[in-house]
Write a protein that binds this ligand. Structure first.
Ligand code: SAH
Length: 232
């Protein structure tokens, strides 16, 4: 078996320890009001987490001024940090709760993982690009998140060692939802994914009931980077 690098995020207890005032809070408040609440996201936890998370620290330094604008931004290695509204919408659809163990595929900047960490018990997040896994881990540690584990590896396989997961979110698009991820979803669990590979995808939700039966719903068109195939 290929050796995976596991970074356990440790840091200051649960606080977004930034030290001093945050000059970006007016921009962040405006983002939440206009882009998130303004488009109908109502979940109190999602709104609270978005107000508390310094998105500008998850983008490359040269793009900080654009961190709260209504668009995805490039973060290197062909990856993007998703548009704030899409992050909010997917998090609201996922309905994470404090008792939940969550799996994210596509750590990228770590921003989505930071939101999930505030709304669930523990987040495991897999990133295929080693440099992104490392920098996301550093950002999350700096902000004090204790309950996020960043793993460099191939999301197609999920994380059988830590399954089942109450919630699974894919932030890179596969052509079809990988079966290992469906298998690793807990009974009563929910999975959100952009499905369709290159170009425009369909935002899909799977729900697994207590008997293991899976139902599928669709929430319209989204655009994500495609999931890459890892080397065996
Ligand atoms: N959730 C991220 C955005 C992710 S962009 C954020 O909040 O910033 C999609 C990410 O998925 C990219 O970083 C890309 O490298 C990663 N990715 C692509 N294919 C993957 C795979 N097979 N396994 C894990 N990560 C993958």
């Amino acid at each position: 078996m290929r050796v995976r690098t596991v970074f356990v995020v440790a840091g200051l207890v649960g606080t977004l320890a930034l030290g001093g005032a945050d000059p970006y809070s007016p921009q962040r408040e405006r983002m939440v009001r206009e882009q998130i609440e303004g488009r109908g996201v109502r979940d109190a936890g999602v709104l609270r987490a978005m107000r508390a998370t310094p998105r500008h620290l998850f983008v490359p330094e040269g793009l900080r001024e654009a961190a709260y604008s209504d668009e995805p931004l490039p973060i290197g290695y062909g990856a993007t940090i998703s548009q704030p509204y899409i992050v909010a919408l997917m998090t609201e659809l996922l309905q994470p709760a404090p008792r939940h163990k969550v799996l994210e595929i596509g750590t990228g900047s770590g921003y989505q993982a930071a939101l999930l960490a505030q709304l669930s018990g523990h987040v495991f997040t897999i990133e295929i690009v080693p440099e992104l896994a490392k920098s996301a881990q550093a950002t999350l540690r700096r902000l004090g998140f204790m309950n996020v584990t960043v793993i460099q590896g191939d999301g197609f396989k999920g994380l059988p060692d830590f399954a089942p997961f109450d919630r699974i979110i894919l932030t890179a698009a596969p052509a079809e939802i990988p079966q290992p991820l469906v298998d690793q979803l807990a009974a009563g669990g929910r999975l959100i994914a952009p499905v369709g590979g290159f170009g425009v995808q369909d935002l899909v939700m799977l729900e697994k009931d207590g008997a293991g039966k899976v139902t599928r719903r669709s929430f319209g068109a989204v655009m994500f980077v495609p999931m890459r195939r890892g080397r065996e």
